[in-house]
Write a protein that binds this ligand. Structure first.
Ligand code: AMP
Ligand code: MG
Length: 353
């Protein structure tokens, strides 16, 4: 077991000495979990292949699932990418710092282990004072996937990182809950038109406004497992976001969803299952059976995104063995939420209406 140092810092005004301690660990080739505005990341020096290999080992992450490189100054894009199309600069101006990851042709300085063997690199600048301070103090770009064990729901508070990785990494920086709660949008700029490989914090609608035309990779919208060409969207083929409990997602017409979930909850509870219902404020009073948890008001998708992973982990903590989840509208952040719910359910989906 490794000694894990937990550093509590203020999210708006992080203590420079603590950031320096964490940055030293990064420079030495160590692993540091840190908050971003999306989820907590597990960081290592992106240019140190040995350090990045440790990320895969500790997370038990499949070796072909590449890692996003986090930067604090735009100039670093020109070192990490071989070429930067003009519209990439426009996107950086509009969306950075923020939850948009750009996939570009990688330069020679990016180790193959960071890109999962691909010739592209995924880069983003997080909108979080602690993350930016850590990257600057480390004086190197930081490769960071979500700071959870592979396959588990992503961490949105430091406690989740402690659950999954305590004793396996060097430092955990705790700056409270993350503000967005789902990961960044991954946008591939090596295809024309640009293509969303993973929906996330930057919405399709906003990207379309900025670019005119944007595609969405079919796997990002899929309701069942698709055969994925490895070269394009490697992360999409792996198990992801899953609670320990089995999960059924009921999506479609809201007026039909509630009745169906009431029926399923009763059926499975009678069969002896410990049922959990992932509900919303509007529907929660209807459910009488099982552990009921609400993601918030159906119209407030940013609150639902913020609550999503935390709530999935809470069901596990309460020993629920079957989660029945309500689908949400697929607009705005709802696209990312539905992508995570479908995958968390292992595509165990009932569509109504
Ligand atoms: P994570 O940070 O664990 O949430 O996962 C990072 C996501 O970014 C995964 O879905 C990866 O497949 C994706 N990604 C990272 N680098 C690349 C790349 N070079 N090309 C395509 N997707 C990438
Ligand atoms: Mg992840």
């Amino acid at each position: 077991m490794r000694k894990t140092l937990i550093l509590k810092v203020d999210c708006e005004n992080p203590d420079g000495e603590k950031i320096d301690l964490a940055a030293e660990a990064i420079r030495r080739g160590g692993l540091v979990a840190f908050p971003t505005e999306t989820v907590y990341g597990l960081g290592a020096d992106a240019l140190n292949p040995k350090a990045v290999r440790e990320i895969y080992a500790v997370k038990m992450r499949p070796p072909d699932n590449p890692i996003i490189v986090h930067i604090a100054v735009k100039d670093d894009v020109y070192r990490l990418a071989e070429s930067v199309p003009r519209y990439a600069e426009r996107l950086m101006d509009l969306f950075w710092p923020g939850p948009l990851t750009l996939v570009l042709k990688a330069s020679g300085i990016v180790p193959k282990v960071t890109t999962g063997g691909l010739d592209t690199v995924a880069i983003r600048m997080p909108k979080h004072k602690v993350a930016l301070a850590l990257i600057k103090a480390s004086e190197t770009p930081i490769a960071a996937p979500s700071a959870n064990l592979a396959g588990r729901p992503s961490p949105t508070v430091a406690e989740h990182v402690i659950q999954d990785l305590y004793g396996r990494i060097d430092v955990i920086i705790d700056a409270g809950p993350t503000s967005i709660g789902v990961e960044s949008t991954v946008l591939d700029l090596t295809s024309d038109p640009p293509q969303i490989l993973r929906p996330g914090g930057a919405t399709y609608e906003d990207l379309r406004k900025a670019l005119g035309k944007v595609d969405i990779h079919p796997s990002a919208l899929a309701k069942s497992e698709l055969p994925i060409e490895r070269a394009r969207s490697p992360g999409m083929k792996h198990k992801h976001y899953a609670p320990k409990a089995e999960m059924i997602l009921v999506e479609g017409d809201f007026s039909l969803i509630v009745g169906k979930i009431m029926e399923l909850a009763e059926h499975y509870a009678k069969a002896g299952r410990k049922v959990g219902v992932l509900a919303t404020d509007e529907s929660a009073p209807n459910y009488k059976v099982g552990v009921i948890k609400s993601l918030g008001n159906r119209r407030d998708l940013s609150l639902a995104a913020k609550n999503l992973f935390k709530t999935l982990r809470e069901f596990d903590e309460e020993g629920v063995d079957l989660i029945i989840a309500e689908g949400l509208p697929q607009e705005g952040l709802g696209l990312a939420i539905m992508n995570r719910l479908r995958r968390a359910a292992g595509y165990n989906i009932i569509t109504l209406g």
